[in-house]
Design a protein around this ligand. Structure first.
Ligand code: HEM
Length: 391
């Protein structure tokens, strides 16, 4: 059968601002669609995306995970854009401090920081949910855990955003990102030396592994990038979606306040409905058939996590935010298979702690007009005004 086609450029500003109708159209066309404007195939429906992510021998990452050739070549080499055995080595190097047993030890520290941040918002009364709330916890906690010498809030946000812009295509955003990423790479090479890394931090551990010969020193900068690039904007985006959804669905906020044990489910539901990382790509290592459509070897295939997460065949009434959704945790917002998000336990814990802090300290709240941030990969609010009511 001919592959269904679609002319949408998924990196146009209008699509980035409101992608959901486009994804619905793509899913309706079939599990695989040829994206004319991008020269890529796209997997659109839940089953196709999940199965593709799990089949990492057919859908490989080592040729890059961006949506165009330049981005793929520029970003190759870190865990997200590599295959075994290199991927296994990198993943083993970075995963230890991100395992659930290690992350759970951080809970008191993260909850204390979340409580402070929620209290600051109460003191303000009216604030921006992105810059005053969502950004603060990842920047405070993750920056310290990563342990690079004084990166500065602005640098970390700029570099993380740039890494995701270049994962799209080389439109103006993609091109601009390249300079910022070069700056980050130079910083890592210059500053990530054993004497400058914070003792006990994740990057210090990578330095020690490289020094002891357990990790090839050539791989160390890639492992460090794996901590910096994906750990901020993703979580910040998810928290923005959480606030947006709770603000627009006061009944769900009331349910959460009445039953705080729903916090983890609500965190997953925020990741599902907002899908911070819209899509990453793979390349086919062989000809492959999905349904009646044949994708040739060496094709670039976009895995649209966000579209899969709104597939009504798996998530009934998919555009509805439901803190009690029974299968909320089946979402593909953290991916699946060998590249499944290495930081998901940290991300969920951060969101869970923020929810508990909100339940303790906030009453009802109303939202002003939100603004979607324009990034090639991350779907996030750039601004989200909030006004707190009485507790
Ligand atoms: C809500 C927050 C987050 C979301 C939605 C998210 C999403 C994702 C997704 C979809 C992937 C899979 C990419 C692929 O299959 O190509 C991924 C991979 C990854 N994430 Fe996350 N992420 C989040 C938070 C974090 C945090 C906090 C960290 C680090 C501390 C992190 C580190 C990583 C790493 C290292 C990978 C690559 C894993 C590999 O290739 O083996 N992420 N993330």
């Amino acid at each position: 059968m001919q592959c269904p086609t679609d002319a949408t450029n998924l990196y146009d500003n209008d699509v980035i601002r409101e992608p959901w109708p486009y994804y619905t159209r793509l899913r309706d066309k079939g599990p695989v669609v040829w994206m004319e404007a991008l020269g890529n195939f796209a997997l659109t429906q839940y089953d196709a995306v999940r199965d593709g992510l799990r089949d990492n021998e057919t859908f490989i990452s080592g040729l890059g995970a961006a949506a165009d050739k330049f981005g793929c070549e520029f970003q190759r080499g870190n865990a997200i854009a590599s295959d075994p055995p290199r991927h296994t080595t990198l993943r083993n190097a970075i995963i230890q401090p991100l395992r659930p047993d290690q992350i759970s030890k951080l809970k008191p520290q993260i909850q204390a920081a979340a409580d402070e941040i929620a209290a600051d918002c109460v003191a303000k009364g009216a604030f921006d949910a992105v810059s005053d709330f969502a950004q603060t916890l990842p920047l405070r906690i993750v920056r310290d855990l990563v342990g690079l010498p004084d990166l500065g809030r602005e640098n970390m946000l700029k570099w993380a955003g740039a890494a995701f812009d270049v994962q799209g295509i080389q439109n103006e955003r993609g091109k601009k990102a390249v300079e910022n990423i070069k700056e980050m790479r130079a910083f890592i090479l210059r500053e990530a030396t054993p004497d400058k890394l914070k003792p006990g931090s994740w990057t210090h551990r990578i330095g020690a592994l490289a020094a002891s010969g357990e990790l090839d020193p050539e791989l160390a900068p890639f492992a460090i990038r794996d901590y910096i690039n994906p750990s901020l904007d993703t979580t910040i985006s998810a928290v923005g979606h959480l606030i947006f959804q709770l603000g627009n669905n006061p009944d769900q906020w009331e349910k959460l306040r009445a039953n705080p044990s729903l916090a983890v489910n609500a965190a997953h539901e925020a990741v599902r409905i907002g899908s911070p990382l819209r899509s990453f790509a793979r390349h086919t290592s062989r000809d492959v058939e999905i349904g009646d459509v044949r994708i040739p070897k060496r094709a670039r295939v976009m895995m649209i996590f966000a579209s899969a997460n709104h597939d009504g065949a798996v998530f009934p009434d998919p555009d509805r935010f439901d803190v009690e959704r029974r299968n909320a945790r089946r979402h593909l917002g953290f991916g699946a298979g060998i590249h499944m998000c290495a930081g998901l336990h940290l991300a969920i814990l951060e969101i869970e702690c923020l929810i508990h802090a909100m339940i303790e300290q906030w009453g009802s709240f109303t939202l002003g007009t939100p603004r979607v941030a324009l990034n090639n990969t991350i779907y996030a609010y750039g601004a989200l005004p909030v006004e707190l009511g009485r507790k």
